[in-house]
Design a protein around this ligand. Structure first.
Ligand SMILES: [Zn+2]
Length: 357
């Protein structure tokens, strides 16, 4: 109890003494202190952890042996085997149980972050992953709920001093240029504290602006891309290593291109679109893509039927549903709807879930 009070006092002292960025660094320390205490069966400071982290931790262990929560912090320095960690499984509407869309493709010291929705930094901290460990930042598309934490994460990676890749559809270069120009003094100030200048780091990142259909590799991981249907230009990614493959759809309305990209993939992480909710959850739900039924409108998301069809056509082994809006999911009904067409494994994603091929 006394120890808990001392730690809390130290934390507040730190928060008052340091500037904004250093605060961010300290948040990592705070979380780690809380985690250490928690692991040591001392729960006094458990209020330091967010309810969301507890939610993730308290969930029943998934049935699949190769899916796990990322609670074993000792493994966070190395991602271990090729896998994908759902950093955020939520949607634009605030949900304390689910952060905004983000996924981390990992292998050893390779950490590729795909999308950076609201809460991404907090979840990365909870998983024990620092910005400087990220080797690449990918955007599926430039909707705010998928890119809103880019600026602090980008600057964090930049301060880390290692080379990294930024890739995404049109506007990716403009977005990076806007951030570097808007925060140039701030970045210079933070670099100066590390005895560096902007010139020292300006060549650390490469930007790839994608149209879909590209193939390239980064840090030994092969990356293929394809354009999928959404309300704005959207790229789906396939990551491959050692004969294993992980595909991330981004937001997706029905797209015949997605099964092409995801053909025979081990894991397909997909925008859950019209997932079935319990109780009144579906009562006010508009057709995927919004708008009133029958109205001609660009579709944003897929129905369960369309998700099942894309997964079946792709012949993927594991289908991981993510991008859930608030409300309780009817997993039985949803599974039943998808299983009419898709015979592979269906997994309901949650924050910090790790899925291996
Ligand atoms: Zn979107």
């Amino acid at each position: 109890m006394i120890m808990g009070k001392i730690i809390t006092a130290l934390i507040f002292l730190n928060l008052f003494l340091v500037d904004g960025w250093a605060q961010n660094q300290n948040i990592i320390t705070i979380n780690q202190a809380a985690i250490v205490q928690h692991n040591g069966n001392d729960r006094h400071d458990s209020n330091l952890r967010s309810q969301s982290a507890q939610y993730a931790q308290n969930r029943e262990a998934p049935e699949q042996t190769n899916i796990q929560d990322s609670q074993d912090r000792t493994t966070s320095e190395s991602g271990g085997a090729f896998s994908v960690m759902l950093i955020g499984s939520g949607a634009p509407v605030y949900n304390p149980d689910r952060s905004g869309p983000s996924a981390l493709v990992r292998q050893g010291k390779r950490n590729f972050l795909v999308d950076m929705g609201n809460g991404t930094q907090a979840r990365l901290n909870e998983a024990g992953i620092r910005a400087r460990q990220l080797n690449a930042l990918f955007f599926t598309h430039h909707h705010l709920d998928h890119n809103e934490e880019f600026a602090p994460i980008f600057i964090g990676v930049l301060l880390g001093g290692r080379p990294f890749l930024i890739a995404g559809p049109n506007n990716t270069k403009a977005y990076v240029q806007t951030i570097t120009s808007l925060y140039d003094e701030d970045i210079a100030y933070r670099l100066k504290r590390r005895n560096r200048t902007f010139d020292d780091v300006k060549d650390n990142w490469k930007i790839k602006e994608l149209k879909g259909g590209e193939q390239f590799s980064h840090e030994g991981i092969k990356i293929s891309t394809i354009k999928v249907n959404h309300t704005i230009y959207t790229i789906a990614y396939r990551f491959e290593m050692d004969g294993k493959s992980i595909v991330i759809s981004g937001d997706v309305a029905y797209s015949p291109s997605l099964p092409e990209l995801a053909k025979d993939a081990d894991v397909l992480v997909i925008d859950s679109g019209g997932v079935i909710k319990k109780g009144n959850g579906n009562r006010r739900r508009r057709p995927p893509g919004g708008g009133k039924a029958g109205q001609k409108r660009i579709r944003a998301h897929s129905s369960m039927d369309e998700i099942a069809r894309m997964a079946k056509d792709a012949n993927v082994k594991k289908l991981v549903l993510t991008h859930f809006t608030p409300g309780e999911i009817d997993e039985v009904a949803t599974k039943k709807a998808i299983a009419k067409q898709f015979k592979g494994e269906i997994i309901f994603g949650h924050d910090l879930m790790v899925v291996s091929p």
